[in-house]
Design a protein around this ligand. Structure first.
Ligand code: HEM
Length: 84
């Protein structure tokens, strides 16, 4: 569902402005993540602080060779080379 074009137009595009209210990043239903409000607050604090402290932070590689976890329960990158 997370890449379902009937739910998210152009689902493979990273669009940080998209109004993605129906995503299931924190699960759904009775087992929906209990830590969701804490996680949201931490990210709202951590990302601006990181970019404020290290304004030159950038990817140290092209996006293409970054190995992503298509094989696990929790999605993400195996490694993310950065430079600053
Ligand atoms: C970005 C951070 C996080 C993500 C993406 C996330 C994601 C999820 C997901 C997808 C589930 C549902 C798993 C399922 O359906 O069985 C879940 C459950 C849960 N999460 Fe999180 N989580 C995050 C952070 C946290 C934090 C910070 C806490 C606690 C401080 C937390 C506590 C829990 C608990 C207790 C459950 C089990 C709820 C239940 O089964 O009733 N999570 N989380």
């Amino acid at each position: 569902m997370y890449r379902d074009p009937s739910v998210f137009p152009d689902p493979d595009l990273l669009d940080l402005q998209r109004n993605a209210r129906l995503h299931v990043s924190f699960g759904y239903g009775v087992h929906q993540c209990l830590g969701q409000p804490l996680a949201r607050m931490e990210l709202q604090v951590a990302y601006p602080a990181l970019l404020r402290r290290i304004p030159t932070l950038a990817l140290a590689t092209e996006v293409e060779p970054i190995p992503f976890k298509h094989d696990g329960f929790v999605y993400g990158a195996y490694e993310l080379p950065v430079t600053w």
